[in-house]
Design a protein. Sequence first.
Length: 141
Amino acid sequence: MHGICWRYAFTYNRRHKRKGHFFNERFKSPIVQSDVYGVTLLKYISQNPVRAGLVERAGDWKWSSYRVYSEGEYNPIIDILPSFEGLSAKKKVAARMFREMVDGVVGGKEEMWSKSLVIGEKAFVKDILDKFGMNKADKGG
């Protein structure tokens, strides 16, 4: 993702005679403790365009993986995450469960996840941060 973002910003900046980052923040790839947190993170990510006021419903955002997870729509660039597959062995059941979790839910305590490097129970987060010598201020939230 870093390479894609860098190349796009480089090309855009050269074409428009500007400098600096194109996207507000760097691509994030947090450490996630378990599938339970992974599914909740998918829910959070699916609601980003809604929270930003770009669409009214998560499924309306053309560039989202929401329809892949909620409707089983095929998209060759999206790999289904194990967290989603853990909802149910039956794809239709997993899709229904995902829709129910995402639709109509905006905001909530997951907001802090946009700044987190580690997602999970407090003890897990502390353990990972300690392991890599990072304090809470380094964590970003």
